[in-house]
Design a protein around this ligand. Structure first.
Ligand code: NAP
Length: 290
């Protein structure tokens, strides 16, 4: 079994390479070997390696920058998945792809189901939705995991930014009216391996831990766990001030409600996803032990 992982240096891609290693021979070209914005080169690479599974963990993930670089964002988030999907449809291979809570507008009170239509509020979300639709349209065998608020012990993410700031500042303001579920890259990777191994039926699946919080609640819990682990910090969870989104203006608008209903995935794989706090504790411990 040949497995091609794109974006192996990213948060999810790195963990995916670890979790799927036992399923076959893994090809994981880095940016120097394969620039994914060079679409003819991607097609040539697919022809040459002819993988049985393509796992696309690559993406243009800079949400704010996507507002001023929409063409590059579209190339990575929409055109690339379309090429991968068309290749998979022709070759009969499986395409695993990751998508985002940002394909939804977040203007609702409940948990989003996969059957609900996308209506993004920013360029990044638009390009991610275009990528999902291109995959569905291709007719290839596919697994699209829509996830939210990804973090890991590696890479640039909210958990690591908070820990860095907690060593420099005595007080922080963090948004408390955007809610969602922080999702560690390792959970995404483990579910990916299980899904690929168990032959999960093609479709879109929401993938995030159980429970939800705000960015403010996430930050508080990061500092609670870090203090329990005796990490030297200049502040405590009580020094994190809640602020509304309008007091933290960003180039890209964010959905307020990013909660994803994950029952379809749990039922299909017969699993119970873990709670976000448990996942944070183990990811943070992994980071602190490094
Ligand atoms: N991060 C989040 O909060 C979040 C939330 C929901 C969904 N998602 C989705 O989850 C997936 C994984 O996200 P992530 O956070 O793991 O992303 P990430 O850490 O930003 O990694 C992105 C990967 O894409 C690669 N890449 C980007 N442009 C490339 C190019 N032109 N040529 C070659 N490689 C290129 C990067 O390579 P380099 O290392 O060389 O830059 C990196 O390996 C994405 O589909 C994302 O949309 C993420």
């Amino acid at each position: 079994m040949k497995i091609l992982v794109l974006g192996a240096t990213g948060q999810v891609g790195f963990e995916v390479c670890r979790s799927i290693a036992c399923l076959g021979k893994v090809y994981a070209p880095g940016r120097k070997e394969l620039d994914l914005s060079d679409l003819p080169a991607v097609e040539a690479y697919l022809q040459k390696t002819s993988p049985n599974i393509v796992i696309n963990a690559a993406a243009y993930t800079q949400v704010d920058k996507a507002e001023s670089e929409p063409d590059l964002a579209r190339k990575l988030n929409a055109d690339l998945p379309e090429i991968l999907a068309n290749h998979s449809a022709t070759q009969g291979s499986l395409l695993v792809h990751y998508s985002s809570d940002y394909v939804y507008d977040g203007n609702h009170q409940s948990f989003r189901k996969e059957s609900m239509e996308g209506s993004p509020v920013n360029r990044y979300g638009e390009t991610k939705l275009q990528g999902d639709l291109a995959i569905l349209h291709s007719g290839c065998e596919h697994l699209i995991f829509r996830t939210s608020w990804v973090y890991s012990a590696r890479g640039k993410n909210f958990m690591r930014t908070m820990l860095d700031l907690g060593k420099q500042r005595t007080e922080l303001n963090v948004v408390d009216d955007q809610i969602g579920s922080p999702t560690p890259a390792r959970l995404i990777a483990n579910v990916t391996a299980l899904a690929a191994h168990s032959g999960l039926e093609s479709g879109i699946y929401h993938l995030a831990p159980r429970g939800h919080t705000s960015w403010h609640g996430f930050a508080r819990e990061i500092f609670n766990v870090a203090s329990r682990e005796s990490e030297p910090l200049m502040l405590t969870a009580d020094d994190i001030n809640p602020i509304p989104t309008h007091q933290y203006p960003t180039p890209a608008k964010r959905p307020l409600n990013s909660r994803l209903d994950t029952s379809k995935l749990e039922q299909a794989l017969n699993i119970q996803l873990p709670e976000w706090k448990t996942e944070l504790a183990s990811t943070l411990n992994e980071f602190l032990e490094k």
